[in-house]
Design a protein around this ligand. Sequence first.
Ligand code: SF4
Length: 376
Amino acid sequence: MKYISEFREQRLTERIAKRIVDIAKRIDREVKLMQVCGTHGMAILRYGIVDLLPPNVKIISGPGCPVCVTPDNYIDKAIAYIRQGFLITTFGDMVRVPGSESTLLQEKSKGGKVKVVYSTMEALNLARSLPEERVIFLGIGFETTAPTIAASISMAKEEGINNYMILSGHKLIPPAMRALVEDEEIAIDGFICPGHVSVITGSRVYEFIARDYHVPCVVTGFEPVDILLGISFLLLQIQKNEARVENEYGRVVSSDGNLIAKSIMNKVFIPGPSEWRGMGVIENSGLVIRKEYSAYDVETRYPVEVTSPKVDRGCRCGDVLRGLIEPPDCPLFNDPCNPSHPVGPCMVSVEGTCNIYYRFWSGRVNRKIKISGKTD
Ligand code: SF4
């Protein structure tokens, strides 16, 4: 795999890290760079990139995990459908995410119909082969997964399959980034934009952040050289008081993104308000199924009323998702909250910040060292 190894080359990594230190010396304050993608969060800890950064450069995590940002209310609705006899299909992580009073896995153990699938096509096939079942696919995720779900709806309509439906909880990243950058409590100096999402959206979609908020953005890949280069690009802009979108991941991401994927997504969905865990309802940050496809929208066809009581589990996922705290700052981190017994969604998914910290940072937590480089 020569191609990958080029992006892990040690001497190149060290040279870029040194360049980062040099640029950071010319910035006489702490700089907060937010990554908005669980895979970036994982790579940054896994490859020890934080160890290469100077003390005044802090990487904070944002809402880059689809499972984590899905609120209790969505899980509660899915559970309400299970209790009405619907067959719920979903990607694996969702079954362990706590709702207000139960999880999909607990419902399954009580006889509820829940099946983990690996693609929307598998869910559609299930509906095709079980015409007596009302099959719901849990439509969560960002711009990366929405096109495949749109394609499954389009295919179901063409084939006249009428027992396949979506519970749409899709989220769009740019409106969430706007909400984050407007949040003065967080005070973000630069964005490491999500690589996978950008493949679909293109890098142009972040231009409003640089233009309207004077916050630099960089699209990067997931290898150490990619991430370090991205950080160096951001720091150079900050040092020069500039703000624009730079694309370090040009081998995969274009300015306009994947036009075919965007076209199928726009054919089936329109943007609408959506609730994010920890961030509340953000205008135009969700995807609503268009009227022409309403037969595939389970909430239109079979509306459910769910009142989700506010449950205080002591979980601080909302603050983790806004980059206000690091997971070890949560009193429940590690004990009792860990991947085997997750208290909150950020510990469930492998893209969740708490889960990532648990796997790649726990040894340091015991030594009380934080990602910011400070020691307690
Ligand atoms: S450690 Fe657990 S309880 Fe704390 S914020 Fe993370 S998921 Fe929630």
